[in-house]
Design a protein around this ligand. Structure first.
Ligand code: NAI
Ligand code: MG
Length: 362
């Protein structure tokens, strides 16, 4: 059921380092199984961009890496990072150039408490906690504008400028309102206009303007400090939470913790205009501590692959993948160690594939 394209969709696959390669292998097998069931094709280009490559060739990716990616419909990434390579090298040498160069201005993090996954919050129950953090992904607080002067002297100074543009705030707010409309839900905008007196009142004004263009969607704004507390005290209240780059970054990690395990959390870096390929990746890193031992939870990568299918216009296939994820999490024998189980990565993969192949049967 390829809704808007004939022919194979081209997927750039960057397994990366550590367990990135292990979980992406599972995601690919799941994608192949669900594509076969739904009658569409995925063609992969596997790229070895990673800290391994950095150590042997001096760069995380080739100089024309972004050009290579532009020739694809989507990017599936495992994780990058390795102890011998400083984390800022793997981040600024690969992830940030991709997010910025391909205008992936939305970072999307769905949060759900599943049956079978214990949230650290006593009252967070499966089926009740189900929300999405929408983080602005290319401007805001994480700008390259600023600098250091008088290095090493008593009057040394560091200046870091935040950049908020009308275009940037408008499009992230529009994305949040449209997403809430599609979920029949509401928007919460993260602000701090009482303390940050220039950029945050501007954020509030622009969000209010975009809200007026979506009169059917309820919304409110909450200060980031109070919002952080409410994520813990009443996570079931939220539906779509939109925040600037910094606020969204912090809230999305907090929310992933609420959901119970970093091993299941997915993310999407989206260019909603479909001008450039979007990138889908689990939230977790390369986990050097468990790499190579076969116990990594593949669910974060598999759920990320489901987000990719949705973005590519295959919502039924995405729903099949998520249903398979729900089943394996609800079954004690197919939970990995991070969820208190004993299943290996391979056993979870087999269970997911089995569930997908039987999805049509009653
Ligand atoms: P991490 O997410 O790799 O690991 C944190 C803890 O969670 C570890 O104990 C790990 O074993 C566990 N864990 C993570 N994913 C798991 C999974 N799928 N199944 C079972 N357990 C899992 O974060 P950490 O240790 O801070 O970073 C390790 C490396 O990964 C660093 O080099 C870091 O820079 C990089 N990293 C890369 C990211 C990316 O590629 N987007 C994101 C976060 C970290
Ligand atoms: Mg983060």
């Amino acid at each position: 059921m390829s809704e808007h394209h004939a022919g194979a969709r081209r997927i750039a696959v960057i397994p990366g380092d550590g367990i990135g390669t292990e979980v992406i292998d599972v995601a690919r097998r799941v994608l192949d199984a669900v594509a076969a069931r739904h009658g569409f094709e995925l063609a992969y280009t596997e790229l070895d961009w990673s800290c391994r490559r950095y150590l042997s060739e001096g760069a995380m990716m080739p100089a024309d890496g972004l050009d290579t990616l532009r020739g694809h419909d989507a990017i599936l990434l495992g994780a990058v990072g390795w102890p011998e390579v400083p984390d800022h090298v793997s981040l600024w040498g690969l992830l940030i150039p991709i997010r910025r160069g391909l205008r992936q201005y939305v970072n999307l993090r769905p949060i759900r408490v599943f049956d079978g996954v214990v949230s650290p919050l006593r009252d967070a129950r499966a089926g009740q906690v189900d929300f999405v953090v929408v983080r602005e992904n290319i401007e805001g607080e994480y700008s390259e504008v600023g600098g250091r002067v008088n290095r090493g002297f008593p009057d040394e100074q560091a200046i870091q400028e935040s950049i908020f543009t009308r275009a940037g705030v408008s499009r992230i707010a529009d994305y949040a309102f449209e997403l809430a409309a599609s979920r029949g839900g509401h928007v919460t905008s993260a602000t701090k206009s009482n303390g940050i007196v220039h950029t945050m009142p501007f954020w509030d004004e622009v969000v209010a303007e975009r809200a007026a263009a979506h009169p059917d969607v309820r919304w409110d704004a909450e200060h980031i400090d109070a919002l952080a507390a409410k994520f813990v005290l009443a996570p079931e209240r939220f539906d779509v939470v939109v925040g600037s780059n910094l606020f969204g970054d912090i809230l999305s990690d907090l929310a992933a913790a609420v959901a119970g395990s970093i091993g299941i959390a997915p993310s999407a870096n989206l260019d909603p205009t479909h001008t450039y390929p979007s990138m889908f990746e689990p939230v977790h890193g390369s986990a050097p501590d468990i790499a190579g031992t076969g116990v990594a939870n593949p669910v974060g990568a598999v759920w990320s692959a489901a987000l990719m299918l949705e973005h590519l216009g295959h919502p039924e296939a995405a729903a099949d993948v998520l249903a398979a994820v729900e089943t394996t999490l609800a079954t004690p024998a197919t939970r990995t160690r991070d969820l208190g189980g004993t299943a290996t990565t391979g056993e979870v993969a087999d269970a997911l594939l089995d569930r997908i192949r039987r999805a049509g049967e009653v």
